[in-house]
Ligand binder design. Sequence first.
Ligand SMILES: [Zn+2]
Length: 380
Amino acid sequence: MLFKDIIGQDEIKARLIQSVRERRISHAQFFLGREGTGTLPTALAFAQYIMCENKSSGDSCGICSSCIKHSKCIHPDLHFTFPFKYEKELGRLCQDYLPQWRTMLLKNPYFGLSDWFDHIKSENKQINITADECYEIVRKLNLKSYEAEFKIFLIWMPEYLGKEGNSLLKSLEEPPPNTLFLLVGESDEKVLNTILSRTQVLRFHTLTDEELAGALISRNAVSESEAKRIARISDGSYSVALAEINHSSELLEELMLEWFRIVLKPDIRALNKWIDQFVDLGRERQKLYIKQTLQFIRETLIAKNLGETHVRVREQDINLLRWLSANFKADDAEELSFILDDLHYYIERNANPRIQMMYVSLTLHRLLTNNNIFLEQRMA
Ligand SMILES: [Zn+2]
């Protein structure tokens, strides 16, 4: 990974490059940022830059033997640790799961936890960074590096280090010479304090709409207007934007219209069928659906407060928007936004989408009609 292939994050890139040039590389750093902001690709680019045999003042050369190995994620001095689902026949250590990990990195390093879970077909709760893996890191620390001057341990999602992570504390604080730890995660609150306090934290900001739209146009050949639309609903995350490209948004919009129709009526049988469809979308598209609906609710609020000329929706959706803005009180629209935000949060963490969506639908019905007839029908 080259620095030039990272979207945005110019300040962080400059800081990292400078630290290498001045040979003041901090030995334990935590690349902290939301999924899709570029934490993992930046850590990869940093590792490659440190080991590049012919680096320039701004990037790796991309063609030396070290860079070639990095481009295939097979450099022997870059060690990966990540949460995985233990399978007896595969083994207890991350190195046993490297083929899956490399496939993922090479396909698109802007992936998040849910993509990884999907890739290894696992549920959140079965995933872990094992104690064995921690001991393995300690063991490798004592080995000499194979080829490069530095040995780098990249730990993705240190949130999954339980108390067994404490076996790493001494190494994090005082690693052997020429050893670096790069931790890459999303939430400092979920990382053991003992670990966090031993790292230097680099905070990645969410990407701006301009950065995202630019990336979509140059990397994914998306038209300018489509790129702007996707950037708006992607919440500063390139992974979300990619998911949006990969799946046509038309279907999701149709689904949204149908949802409002069914929930308003209400028709419990139709809702159950609708939820089947929602579940079949899979997690990434469920998240997109929620984002898109959230965006629509926001547009409704804008229409209500500032007038229709300020909204950005498709021609064919304008009737629904008018209807909603006439029937939703501002407080209700806000409540629905909160509930959808929560729904997004739970889906991301592998909650049961059927139960969650049923709850949200019932709430929406109550907001739209101010009664609980749906619930009575369900009980009957
Ligand atoms: Zn190189």
